[in-house]
Ligand binder design. Structure first.
Ligand SMILES: [Zn+2]
Length: 95
């Protein structure tokens, strides 16, 4: 799982993320040589991810990699009705 510290850059907009509650982090999954590789083992602003045009494709690819490589050790992602991306396991605590 991506480490977070105040000021860590958002993998989507490159601006610093000041507080952990503003971020969602992703696991380091095997590279797939896709446009989404920069998001693996990275943090993004939740607000950036909510409006990102490719979020549905990213969530599908991420979950596919979790199912293949890390099931049970990494939480899958889901989309809320409001369009937010969240980890499926509520009590899953990123590092
Ligand atoms: Zn951002």
């Amino acid at each position: 799982m991506a480490l977070f510290w105040p000021g860590t850059p958002c993998a989507l907009c490159s601006a610093p993320i000041e507080e952990a509650r503003q971020a969602i982090g992703f696991a380091a999954l095997p590279t797939t040589l896709s446009a989404f590789d920069g998001l693996h083992d990275a943090n993004v602003h939740r607000t950036c991810l909510r409006v990102w045009a490719l979020k549905d494709e990213f969530v599908a690819q991420y979950n596919g990699l979790v199912d293949t490589w890390a099931r049970g050790r990494v939480s899958r992602l889901s989309l809320t009705s409001a369009g937010d991306v969240v980890h499926e396991v509520d009590d899953w605590v990123p590092f």
